[in-house]
Ligand binder design. Structure first.
Ligand code: GDP
Length: 313
């Protein structure tokens, strides 16, 4: 069956998720809803910083620093430099534009607006036509256990540059988190749900493991596809391979995609990983191969088009 009404939901993290989001966002005739990860959020200088949601927002609004894949282009760091002079910890790199966005989010939170409404309002005010919504309005925080104890994900990722060995991961607050009504509706109405090529452990799991989220997505398994963030056993960017290995997974697209086996029907892998096909077919799983390495907007658009035109049954 070809998807006629293209009501697409993308479940995404930050940089890898934003690449595919940009491809989908550039297509006409689809309705795109992006459900982003909030488990990397942390409070800095009294403000809630939401790195994955902000990366999606900056990318789709054209404000992103393309060299980094996150942050705002031509940003300055004057606010951070005065905080540093005043003796605050400034290891989290936040630009002045960034601060403006975080202040705005904080003001809306002070008015008791729901985080998902705030995220989507920011997207709309910055000219994004897709909806960017949150899986939950509750707090979930990814924490990493190292030999010196538990630290927040940003402490591991930014402050310690992913150097400590990870022994365990947890998503604090996930069991009591409730799915937002917006995410629930988007998943039910979707004709296709795409899991972006994002880090499965710290970007996707903290979304799909929300109890009310998982039950819906399991019921809709037939319309779920996942794109591997690994190509030939390597992450394009970031610590995914290292984290997978340290937590006992094999660092290849097969083992990475098995994390989604209960919620997903088809797995999209890079052409260069065709050798893995037998492992999927032994489990009666669909493995589909195409170019998944995205550098230009044309690459992103091509992958997005390929995915939305996949026959699903
Ligand atoms: P983060 O939250 O900013 O780390 O971003 P994500 O979790 O969304 O994305 C990180 C993952 O994106 C990494 O595991 C990368 O391997 C993957 N990634 C980045 N660019 C690409 C790409 O062009 N193709 C594929 N297949 N994966 C990519």
């Amino acid at each position: 069956m070809k998807i006629s009404c293209k009501n697409i939901v993308l479940i995404a993290g930050g940089v890898g998720g934003a690449k595919l989001a940009e491809g989908l966002h550039s297509l006409k005739d689809i309705k795109l809803t992006i459900i982003g990860n909030i488990a990397d959020d942390e409070e800095f200088h009294g403000l809630r910083v939401s790195p994955d949601i902000d990366t999606l927002t900056y990318t789709l609004s054209g404000m992103v620093n393309r060299k980094q894949g996150w942050g705002v282009k031509n940003d300055n760091y004057k606010a951070l430099s005065i905080l540093n002079k005043l003796g605050e910890e400034t290891w989290m790199s936040l630009g002045d534009f960034d601060f403006g966005l975080h202040i705005y989010r904080h003001l809306r939170l002070l008015k008791n607006d729901r985080p998902t409404i705030i995220a989507n309002d920011i997207a709309k005010k910055l000219g994004i036509t897709a909806d960017i919504i949150l899986p939950t309005d509750d707090k979930i925080r990814t924490e990493v256990k190292t030999k010196s104890g538990w630290i927040s994900f940003q402490e591991y990722f930014v402050k310690n540059r992913c150097s400590p060995k990870i022994v365990k991961l947890k998503y604090a607050g996930i069991n009591s988190a409730k799915i937002t009504k917006e995410a629930k509706k988007a998943l039910i109405d979707a004709t296709l749900i795409i899991i972006a090529p994002s880090n499965p452990l710290v970007s996707i799991k903290p979304i799909i493991e929300i109890p009310g989220f998982k039950s819906i997505i399991q019921k809709n398994k037939k319309k779920v596809i996942a794109v591997s963030p690994l190509i030939q056993g390597k992450a394009v960017k970031g610590p995914a391979t290292k984290m997978l290995k340290q937590l006992g997974f094999k660092a290849n697209s097969f083992s990475c995609m098995q994390i989604y086996k209960d919620i997903c029907k088809s797995f999209i892998l890079d052409k260069s990983d065709e050798g893995l096909e037998k492992q999927f077919s032994a489990l009666n799983q669909n493995s589909i191969f195409t170019d998944t390495f995205m550098t230009s907007l044309a690459d992103k658009k091509k992958l997005a088009k390929f995915l939305i035109n996949l026959p699903i049954d």
